[in-house]
Design a protein. Structure first.
Lengths: 98, 486
């Protein structure tokens, strides 16, 4: 039987890493959140040894909430960065005016 | 009771958020909050010293099932050290920062940051540690972003992305560890390794956790976020960051790797860390030499000193752990003090570039004295704390016959001296490029207080060496229960 859980972890992590390699503000944030979903599934996978195990689900719930908060923080930082540097490139350094 | 610093920081974060338009009241309340945490931290340290590790079960759930708060000697020392740094940092922020930052809520963010820091030093649960990490990270992202620099946007974004990536690695590590031993309680994880050895899954988990903590500790090759973000941060904020933010990573490394050191290294993690420690010692100090911005010099130095601290741990013996803990305490005080002196120099000279400043020896001789004390301590001159920290590290390296470590330990000190001389010559002895203000405002002059407090603690660690060493040895015995005295 094909292990769909493992396959989806692999797909999510691969997609997350690919998005992270970009220089675009938004793609980096999307990549981090996709990667976060991959990890959440991985935590679920880690609890498979003991059959009825509620702990991984509690951990995932916490991780999802924290992930949501962190994505919001990143979006706030990125919107400020976009306003200041006027470029989609997250590594673009504007000339120092000070 | 050991959760008290966390609760105090949380309550004061909310109060300062409500009070942020009443300037005088806000400053008084915020300072009171850090002073209260400091008093309780000292009390915790005394209790742990006399009665041994303190445990607290949240909701009275017994140990491996519930979340426990677990403060041993290491945690108590780190809580006390960071509470002192936090008190001095709060005082420095009050004498340097304008109304604009207060209205934006910088003190509130600061107390949230402290909550995360105290939480991670106090918790005894791996997943809870992750949660406290996120608390302190979220606060620190905004503290970095609150700055006048245009590049603070890119700096804080890079810092945030790299930190969140390391949190992803942290979660992977947690899942591997959970799959291996079915528990997340730190002392339970250590016990399971002692009983059953290390499975492949445990080794994978430890590797991921080490990766995550090395990023937080800013060790080569994971340190690039540090010189990108610290120079664009407000200087007093950078001072407290360098005081305990990277130390949280090293503290977690010590906690998680103690079974590896104690029961033999089946993971081969320690040799890898030995190499990384040496590389970051050298590359950090070379980076510092190349910088013109004083904050950049100190930020790169942070990586170099982290290498020294990691070197002690990677030697894998009791002497190494003692050196590592002593160095951690010394570095907390010295680094914060150097950053705060730089903050004062910036205020007087109006710039943080070495090439553009000068003439401070004539204008503020006592500031030169205060800076020189912590610079000498960083280099490792007796009777300051840095001397003993380096002696202990050298002794440990000699004991294990790691000649490369001994050689670099001595050689890097020379380069540290060079980079400190660069600041000294450029800022103090060079002729002033423009007229410096005759006197500082009354508010800025208050900055002397934290500088003096930190200098006294540097001297105290140096002169009270036997006592501090005894504390470090207690930590080593606690972390390595299997091994006797050396």
């Amino acid at each position: 039987m094909i292990d769909f859980l493992s396959l989806s972890i692999a797909a999510l992590v691969a997609a997350g890493v690919w998005l992270l390699l970009s220089r675009d503000w938004l793609q980096i944030i999307l990549g981090l959140s996709v990667l976060g979903h991959g990890v959440n599934l991985f935590i679920l996978k880690s609890g498979e040894a003991a059959s009825p195990d509620p702990l991984p689900q509690a951990l995932i719930l916490t991780a999802i909430v924290i992930g949501l908060g962190m994505t919001a923080v990143l979006l706030a930082l990125a919107s400020r960065g976009l306003k200041m540097s006027k470029s989609r490139d997250a590594d673009f350094l504007p000339e120092e005016t000070e | 009771m050991i959760a008290a610093p966390v609760l105090i920081s949380f309550v004061f974060a909310l109060i300062t958020l409500l009070l942020r338009r009443h300037s005088v009241g806000l400053r008084a309340v915020s300072l009171l909050g850090t002073a209260l945490s400091l008093m309780i931290a000292v009390w915790i340290l005394i209790t742990v010293w006399e009665q041994g590790p303190q445990r607290m079960q949240i909701g009275n759930w017994p140990a491996p099932f519930g979340i426990s708060f677990d403060v041993g000697m290491l945690g108590a020392l780190m809580i006390a050290g960071s509470a002192l740094v936090a008190f001095c940092g709060q005082w420095a922020m009050q004498s340097l920062l304008g109304r604009r930052w207060e209205i934006l809520g910088i003190y509130s963010l600061y107390h949230f940051l402290m909550m995360g820091v105290y939480g991670s030093f106090a918790t005894g649960d791996l997943f809870n540690l992750y949660v406290w990490f996120e608390v302190l990270l979220a606060a620190s992202f905004f503290l970095v972003a609150l700055s006048r620099h245009r590049s603070s946007a890119t700096g804080s974004f890079k810092y945030a992305v790299i930190s969140i990536l390391s949190s992803v690695a942290f979660l992977f590590g947690i899942s591997f560890v959970y799959a291996s031993v079915g528990s997340l309680d730190l002392s339970d994880i250590i016990q399971q390794q002692q009983l059953h050895g290390q499975s492949l899954s445990m080794i994978m988990g430890l590797s991921f956790l080490v990766l995550a903590f090395l990023v937080k500790a800013a060790v080569f090759p994971f340190f690039f976020w540090l010189p990108a973000s610290y120079p664009v941060t407000l200087t007093p904020v950078a001072a407290v960051f360098s005081g305990f933010l990277t130390k949280v990573g090293l503290y977690s490394l010590l906690r998680i790797l103690s079974p590896v050191v104690a029961f033999g290294d089946s993971t081969k993690l320690l040799p890898v860390m030995y190499g990384l420690a040496l590389a970051s010692m050298v590359l950090g100090v070379l980076g510092a030499l190349s910088r013109d911005n004083m904050k950049g010099i100190l930020a790169f130095h942070g990586t170099s000193q982290m290498g020294y601290i990691l070197l002690g741990l990677s030697l894998g013996g009791q002497a190494g752990i003692v050196a590592c803990v002593f160095y951690l305490l010394h570095h907390m005080m010295v680094k914060t003090n150097l950053f705060l002196s730089v903050a004062y120099m910036e205020k007087v000279g109006g710039t943080s570039m070495v090439s553009e400043s000068g003439g401070l020896w004539a204008a503020r001789p006592w500031l030169a004295g205060l800076f020189a004390m912590s610079a000498l301590s960083l280099i490792g001159v007796p009777p300051f704390s840095g001397f003993w920290a380096k002696v202990l590290t050298l002794q440990a390296a000699l004991g294990e016959q790691r000649w490369a470590g001994v050689l670099l330990c001595l050689g890097v000190s020379l380069f540290t001296l060079m980079s400190m001389l660069k600041i000294w010559n450029g800022v103090f002895w060079k002729r002033a490029p423009r007229d410096l203000p005759e006197k500082d405002s009354a508010r800025v002059r208050w900055l002397v207080v934290p500088l003096v407090i930190l200098n006294i603690s540097i001297l105290a660690i140096g002169l009270g060496y036997p006592q501090v060493r005894l504390a470090a040895e207690k930590v080593a015995q606690e972390l390595l229960p299997g091994k006797g005295a050396p």
